[in-house]
Design a binder for this molecule. Structure first.
Ligand code: 5GP
Length: 209
């Protein structure tokens, strides 16, 4: 069966920051060679420990304008006063190779992808924290943000969460291992969808011949 050509899918993971999404995406990417991260461009300055080309491509406002105006971005949005966007070329090339693409983007970007021709390739997963109190605890646990920033993040989290109804799958991350298991299960099932198994008609025809 593996020899059959497969159509790649666009796997979106959205969540408020602090819900555990980054850790889970890293683990998924490390264990599954068939899925590749879409690295976004952003005008926000790098945080400590972030690596150019792994976490983001950090660009100036002028460079972002140029990318947006030349249609090089599949979607883009303003988050916390900075712009973020998905480079189109890498996504299209990866899908064409029959690989899946993982997106860590917000609800605004997810809505835009849903409005493109690629909507049928899209699988939208939303990760909820178990409670708002737990989310706040995790945000504080990072120990990097001021009270004002935490309050802002909590406010933004509430907005992000209010868009849960626009996603295909909703996971509650009260146990990261179980949550990752659920993500694997979704990915596996979506890959087996008839429309994504391109060689199936020929396979069945030959089998019956
Ligand atoms: P952070 O600055 O904490 O890395 O990301 C802030 C938010 O921006 C997160 O919710 C993340 O999912 C979202 N984000 C990151 N890259 C993109 C992108 O290319 N497009 C959109 N729409 N959102 C993004």
């Amino acid at each position: 069966m593996n020899a059959l050509h497969r159509r790649g899918l666009m796997f979106v993971l959205s969540s408020p920051s602090g819900a555990g999404k980054t850790t889970m995406s890293r683990r998924l990417l490390a264990e599954d060679p068939e899925i590749v991260m879409s690295v976004s461009v952003t005008t926000r300055p790098p945080r400590k420990g972030e690596i150019e080309g792994r976490d983001y491509f950090f660009v100036t406002d002028a460079e972002f304008d140029r990318l947006r105006d030349s249609d090089a971005l599949l979607e883009w949005a303003v988050v916390f006063g900075h712009r973020y966007g998905t480079p189109r070329k890498h996504v299209e090339e990866t899908l064409a190779r029959g690989r899946d693409v993982l997106f860590d983007i917000d609800w605004q970007g997810t809505q835009q992808l849903q409005q493109t021709d690629a909507a049928s390739d899209l699988v939208r997963v939303f990760i909820l924290p178990p409670t708002m109190a737990e989310l706040e605890r995790r945000l504080r646990g990072r120990g990097t943000d001021s009270e004002a920033v935490i309050a802002k993040r909590m406010q933004r989290a509430a907005t992000e969460i209010s868009h849960w109804g626009e996603y295909n799958y909703i996971l509650i991350n009260d146990d990261p291992d179980r949550c990752l298991g659920e993500i694997r299960a979704i990915l596996k099932a979506e890959r087996l969808r008839r429309k994504r198994q391109l060689g199936l008609a020929n396979f069945v025809r030959d089998m019956l011949a």
